[in-house]
Ligand binder design. Structure first.
Ligand SMILES: [Zn+2]
Length: 80
């Protein structure tokens, strides 16, 4: 998905981010297996994933339409 970031002005591909942290996941796995498993499942579910700006990780962005992206590729700027 191509996006325009409202926070930093980034234009390009959105990045898929995972909520939570790997460290916490590991800790849960070491201490208690069941919550660790649930945490892993949650992070891997669509609930634990989100699209964000590849530069600043902000979720405050506008998705670009294919037509808009094509125009951006051609002219190097966006017509808002
Ligand atoms: Zn950004």
């Amino acid at each position: 998905m191509k996006i325009v970031c409202n926070a930093c002005g980034y234009i390009g591909d959105a990045k898929e981010m995972t909520k939570g942290s790997r460290k916490k996941e590991m800790m849960l796995w070491c201490c208690l297996v069941l919550p660790g498993l649930l945490y892993t499942l949650w992070r891997q579910s669509s609930d634990g994933r989100y699209q964000g700006c590849a530069r600043c990780r902000s979720t405050d962005f506008r998705p670009l339409k294919r037509k808009e992206w094509k125009q951006y590729e051609r002219s190097g700027q966006l017509a808002f």
